[in-house]
Design a protein around this ligand. Sequence first.
Ligand code: C2E
Ligand code: CA
Ligand code: CA
Length: 662
Amino acid sequence: MKRIIKWLGLEKRNAHIDGYFRKANARAGVYISAAVIVLESWMILSLLMTLRERLQNRSVSWAVNHFAGYGAMIVASAILMLYSLKLLKMSDEKVQKTRWIGDMVQGFFAAVAVIFGIYISGQDYLHNEMAITFISVMLLVSCVLVWRPVASALFSGFAFYVYYLHLENIKALSDSAKLNLFIMWMTVSLVSLVMYYQIREAAVSDDSMESVNQHLIKRMTQDDLTLIYNLGYFRTHASISLRNENNDLGKMIFLFLDMENFRAFNHQYGYHEGNEYLKRFAAIISDTFIHDLVARVSDDHFAILATDEEIDEKLDKIMEEMRHDTKEIYLGFKVGAYRPKRRDEDPVVCVDHARYACGSIKKHYTEHYREYDEALSSLYLRQQYIVNNIDTAVEKGYLKIYYQPVVWAKNGKVCSLEALARWDDPEYGFLAPNAFVPVLEEYRQIHKVDTFILDRACQGIKEALELGFVPIPVSINISRLDLEVMDVNQLLEDTIAKYQIPKNMIHVEITESALGEDGDELWHPISRIKESGFDIWLDDFGSGYSSLNNLKDFSFDVMKLDMKFLTNLDVQGKSGRILRNIINLADDIGIHTLAEGVETREQADFLKEIGCERLQGYLFSKPISTDVMRRQIRDGILVISEDIQYEIQDSQGHAVALPEGE
Ligand code: C2E
Ligand code: CA
Ligand code: CA
């Protein structure tokens, strides 16, 4: 059935294919009308020139009718030409919308031409001349009406029938003349059918090219998931808006939206629901900022270039709609904003500033909106400086290793050291890790610091052995990203081999938050490190979530209790009881305990009483440089525990004879 419908040319056509047909018809219309105008003008001229001679054997009304016929043909052709020329310039949509006008113009031309053909040919027939005019007219008309084969066949069938009746009326037709007429009709129909298929073929292939084109354009400008614009499109069009002098630069503002808790949402409801939610969020933002440029930057991040009008109200409205939608999980969002200063600013950098402002309030639970200002700008510049200069800092020795002693709770003697990084910069001065560790983590450069600190720690132990100091085990902080970007185990092995120090002199601290997210992938490299013979310490226990799961899944050697436990510690109250229970639990499962951030004697006494083995904090020592540490050991300010001397083993696990202590 479908085939027959297609063969008859009755299938549904899309706007593009239909437009193609109509344009093909219009093109034919231009040529044909031009030809008809020239032809009929010539006919009028020749008629005028031979009028006297012709009038001798024909009547005046014959001449008038002929002039009227030629005139009508010229008028109909002129209309067809003007309209066709106009149509060729229209878009497919416009052609679709005004197609009834096209149908009327072509129909009018066809009707005038057919009537003219029938009349003139009838006259010629009467004078025993050939019926050429009618056939020519029918061919011309079928060129203009290549549109639906069935309709063309019916139309020409009808025209031929009327022509036949007209001729019969003048003078009865012979059987062979009737047959000729029928064959002529068939020929005209076939010609229009062939033309139809040719044009259709071309239209379909043009359409598929057009749809590939459209698809490519969409892919280049659209975000696959949410179907709103992508960053590439945003960049181009934001740039155009910025440069447009008609837009008030002072009123333009870039916004960066970051959903809160989206990870938790994904975790709880799964990927599919998460995607649906992103689509919904994108739709809400687009609807709210309907006159502005909205794009998805990545993940759950969106960018908007808005005019500074009722921004607060719009953001409130988005929040309101999200509340309406949200399930049990709280899904808010944070917004960073940046006001461009110049028209030639790069929109991607503007979005970056807004993103930075947004990131600066990530952990501030009550803040939801932050503009990029002077303070943020200098912080941003410092961070860029850090990222760009990490290699120089390693090379030129701006990066330094500091040590903070860990002591036995029972006697306050040093049992190990924690290696902590410091950056002493010629431009920015002395920087604590919180000024450079997070930004280097963000830019996946932190392994450079950790590699350096490990190297210096091993070098320090080697030096201590050579200088006759008691070597003290050092714990190294490693970031989750180290495990992703490098083979930490190999690095540990290589470094201790380089300095020829025993494995049990180096411990590895990994924070709970690094494991908390999707710990599974990280167990493998961590297990390898442990199997290699390095102790693994769980850092910041109690600061993140799923703490107990981590303990169950992996046998850590030491658990470092986060210093949060000690702030507002009430030894008699709830916090004291919690701490006591944790120490008992660790004891039960065979993990050693260490409390961080011990600042007062009371805290130290309490921790000792409840059985915490090791303590670290300002009460005993702040992080200090190697020189200061050695001086303090020499001066007896720091006392090294005798029992760590028994821990020292060589790489085969045999006890190492220690040099005489100081
Ligand atoms: P962390 O590993 O939890 O290190 C302990 C932090 O607590 C150190 O801060 C230390 O100076 C501080 N601290 C120690 N005792 C006390 C105390 O009694 N009271 C208070 N208020 N603070 C105390 P620091 O050195 O600023 O390091 C901060 C964080 O930076 C570290 O936390 C660690 O996560 C990270 N970090 C430091 N060095 C490195 C490193 O070489 N590599 C990596 N990946 N991270 C590092
Ligand atoms: Ca640590
Ligand atoms: Ca810690």
